[in-house]
Write a protein that binds this ligand. Structure first.
Ligand code: FAD
Length: 433
């Protein structure tokens, strides 16, 4: 079956074009197809589905996350139940250490960290809670991340664990960053060394890509990869759009480019069973060029004689791939202008981290997508537990995908194009993105 051509040879008019096969696009596409009976075309300019959550087996057969480690965690039973339709899970509680001067400290800061740094032997949470006020420097109205950090944990812990990491990561001193950035780093007086405390902490048993494949396997969904939506829109007609790409790009950068922090990932495989003392080692020392290094086998539970790790290097380049929106008031102001344009664009639903210029975890994006789907079908604003207040309005498969094994998407038409000629329809040929 040709893309865009129905059994009769007449052109298929898709009910929805979903731009982006990441979690935002895939969650909405699946709902539109399975619950609303809509014909959905999903496109992505990357050569794979799953967006930034994409994982795959590397040359040594190790499951790795191409765009850095992704750990699923949520407090939303609704989000967890929703995704559980498409994957089995493996319980996984994430742990992180911060390396300073060759020594590894539990992160977030807990009682063990405090005892190690101050040479103490605080035995109970009460003792630790009594100690914190002696190091904190309270600031009544913290205006930036430095204020938040020293109010919370004092100057010494701030300088040891937060300042260098933040300066390298954002390319800005914490004193130049919104108060919201460092408030993401909690501290505790227990010895709990789990990175997250959410109710549900799991990894998809067979990986994220497999979960996305199951989501997109509905017969009403067609997936086209290596294709920018602007190259499709002219000859694959559709009625409405769900857009999960960058909002500034959608509007031709009318108000300028929204700044992002970019990342470079350096993957390595080592000829030994384990490499790191913990799943993630953060570099608190500003002189180390990478933010953190992750060993995937901790996350995936895979048994293998070799082990793969990935280093993440922050890239401060306006033309790099967009990973983290830079949380500064002037950027929020530019986004507000784009949001006003988006709100005024009928027939297009803007969903996900790039379309709403916000750092969201996967569970938040899932909640946002489910809320958008409800809004699409009811025409009314809806909320889903776990969705943020900002959840914007919005949001089967013949698959055109070069890189996936054909066996994993059941009941799906799979067309595997070459990288050069992604879709051919009459005289129109799309190139790789
Ligand atoms: P994306 O996954 O980015 O998907 C958007 C897709 O749209 C992309 O595939 C892109 O190619 C496509 N696209 C854009 N423009 C176009 C166009 N013009 N035409 C066609 N396609 C287009 N979250 C967690 O919950 N846990 C974690 O541990 C975690 N770790 C992270 C680690 C890193 C390094 C980063 C950067 C993020 C992490 N996240 C984590 C966040 C997680 O990646 C996001 O929540 C999730 O990827 C957002 O999904 P999305 O669909 O909004 O965006």
């Amino acid at each position: 079956m040709g893309i865009g051509t129905g059994m009769s040879g007449a052109r298929t008019v898709y009910d929805y074009l979903v731009v982006g096969a990441g979690i935002a696009g895939s969650v909405i596409a699946e709902r539109l197809a399975s619950q609303a009976g809509k014909k959905v075309l999903v496109c992505d300019r990357r050569p794979h589905i799953a967006g930034n959550a994409y994982d795959h087996l590397n040359d040594d057969g190790l499951l790795v996350h191409e765009y850095g480690p992704h750990i699923f965690h949520t407090n939303s039973p609704e989000v967890f139940a929703h995704l559980s339709q498409f994957t089995k899970w493996r319980p996984y509680e994430h742990r992180v250490v911060a390396r300073v001067d060759g020594k590894d400290y539990p992160m977030p800061i807990n009682r063990t960290t405090v005892n190690m740094v101050y040479g103490l032997n605080l035995q109970t949470e009460e003792e630790c809670e009594a100690f914190f006020p002696t190091i904190r420097l309270p600031i009544e109205h913290p205006r930036n991340s430095e204020h938040v950090a020293i109010s919370g944990v004092g100057r010494e812990l701030y300088q040891k664990f937060i300042r260098g990491y933040t300066r390298r990561h954002w390319g800005l001193d914490p004193s130049q960053l919104d108060a919201s950035v460092v408030s993401r780093i909690p501290s505790r007086c227990s010895t709990d060394d789990r990175y997250f405390t959410d109710k549900f902490q799991y990894m998809p048993l067979h990986g994220y890509t497999r979960m996305f494949e199951h989501m997109l396997s509905h017969p009403n969904i067609t997936v086209v990869l290596n294709a920018d939506y602007r190259e499709l829109a002219d000859f694959l007609p559709f009625k409405q759009m769900v857009y999960t790409g960058p909002v500034d790009e959608f509007f031709g950068y009318r108000y300028g480019k929204l700044p992002y922090l970019s990342l470079a990932f350096k993957h390595e495989t080592h000829d030994r069973e384990w490499v790191l003392p913990a799943p993630v080692v953060n570099s608190a020392d500003e002189k180390v060029p990478y933010d953190r290094v992750t060993e995937f086998k901790y996350l995936t539970g895979q048994a293998h004689p070799k082990s793969s790790i990935v280093y993440e290097y922050p890239i401060h380049d306006a033309n790099g791939d967009p990973y983290y929106p830079i949380p500064r008031p002037e950027n929020a102001e530019v986004y507000r202008k784009y949001k006003a344009l988006a709100d005024d664009t009928p027939g297009v639903y803007f969903v996900g981290r790039l379309a709403t210029y916000k750092y969201y975890n996967m569970d938040q994006v899932t909640a946002q997508a489910l809320a958008t789907f409800k809004r699409i079908v009811t025409g009314q604003t809806a909320t889903v537990a776990g969705a943020t207040a900002e959840a914007p309005p919005p949001p089967p498969l013949s698959v055109v995908r070069p890189a996936l094994a054909a066996d994993v998407v059941p009941s799906t038409t799979v067309v595997q194009p070459s990288a050069e000629a992604v879709i051919s329809n009459g005289s129109t040929t799309l190139g790789a993105a």
